[in-house]
Design a protein around this ligand. Structure first.
Ligand code: PMV
Length: 325
């Protein structure tokens, strides 16, 4: 039975060029490509054990049993693995995170990347990186970017096979830090899956998608040349464009809180004062503040002094999803 159990670790990722909206919702084929950095200090560790004693999949996250929609989403994902592997048994799935989940810190990305690797391995499959990235994408789009190492680009692709993420630089390519200013660790009210499905109702989505290739090129170049100012300006613009779409889709999604905006304005002011930093926000109110490692301490001090900030998390670039004992 020992070959029916596997444990994997995967990191969440922060996107510099964002994924928002699908061309195909069921396959999670994205409207545009995206670029991100894995966050090595944050991790999800997931064990999957298939057992003939299980009557259905049992899922626990940080010690609490999952139920309802969350359980159905994982069970559907496990069905894909079972059909790929010809596995009939259900599984016991245990997942632990060292960061708050469901609050715009890409917990679903790390969760489905770890589950894709642990689940496929426990089922006896030996998927390569592209196959794993493709499988993880079916659980949560951004999860495909948590499979390869370091700085990753999700190639939108024209088909299920083509829509995968690849590494564009290893973690040690650039000592960037992501300081996450947590303003609310509450679970978000509207999840991103529903949000993606409504993206096209914003009049701004078509122009955001049409101009994404230019931003992807600019971002990829900035990363390869380690050009912080270029990365800062393209990432802030892309984040705000995505939130512009979110706020103008039907029904509108306002993930920013007053505290988020206060921090964003501070970041812009600190940059004018000469501190290299920029902000980017995902589907939640917490603000990701990117900076070169040298200024991490200074920025943590400044962010920690803002009354709006509940907590600070930080991370450098992270490695690929991997198996552990
Ligand atoms: O993978 P999902 O469905 O959780 O989508 C996440 C989308 C954003 O985090 C808002 C942007 C991104 O590219 O990560």
């Amino acid at each position: 039975m020992s070959d029916s159990v596997a444990t994997a670790v995967a990191h969440p990722n922060i996107a510099f060029i964002k994924y928002w909206g699908n061309r195909d919702d069921s396959l999670r084929l994205p409207a545009n490509g995206s670029i991100s950095m894995n966050l090595g200090a944050l991790e999800t560790r997931t064990t999957v054990a298939f057992s003939s004693a299980c009557r259905s999949d049992r899922v626990s996250v940080n010690g609490s049993l999952s139920e309802g929609e969350a359980l159905i989403r994982v069970a559907n994902f496990m069905d894909r693995i079972r059909s790929l592997a010809g596995e009939k048994r259900f599984a016991e799935i245990e997942s632990q995170n060292n960061f708050p989940i469901g609050a715009g810190i890409a917990s679903s990305a790390a969760a489905f990347a770890a589950l894709a690797l642990a689940g496929s391995t426990a089922a006896g499959l030996h998927l390569n990186e592209a196959e794993l990235s493709r499988l993880a994408r079916l659980g949560s789009g951004s999860a495909c970017r948590s499979i390869p190492t370091g700085f990753c680009e999700w190639l939108a692709g024209d088909s299920d096979e083509e829509s995968i993420a690849v590494s564009i630089a290893p973690p040690d390519h650039w000592a960037l830090t992501d300081i996450i200013a947590v303003v609310s660790a509450r679970h978000k009210e509207v999840g991103s899956s529903m949000g993606h499905q409504r993206a096209m109702t914003s009049p701004y989505q078509a122009i955001r998608v049409a101009t994404a290739p230019e931003r992807l090129l600019e971002c990829r170049t900035a990363i390869l040349k380690r050009d912080f100012d270029r990365l800062a300006s393209i990432s802030e613009k892309d984040s705000t464009m995505m939130h512009g779409v979110m706020m103008t889709q039907e029904p509108p999604l306002f993930y920013w809180e007053p505290a988020s905006l206060k921090i964003m304005k501070n970041i812009m002011q600190w940059r004018r004062e000469g501190i290299p930093c920029f902000f980017t926000l995902d589907a939640g109110p917490n603000v990701h503040v990117l900076c070169p490692k040298e200024v991490e301490k200074e920025l943590k001090g400044r962010l920690g002094n803002l009354s709006e900030v509940e907590n600070l998390l930080s991370s450098g670039p992270g490695d690929a999803a991997h198996l552990v004992d």
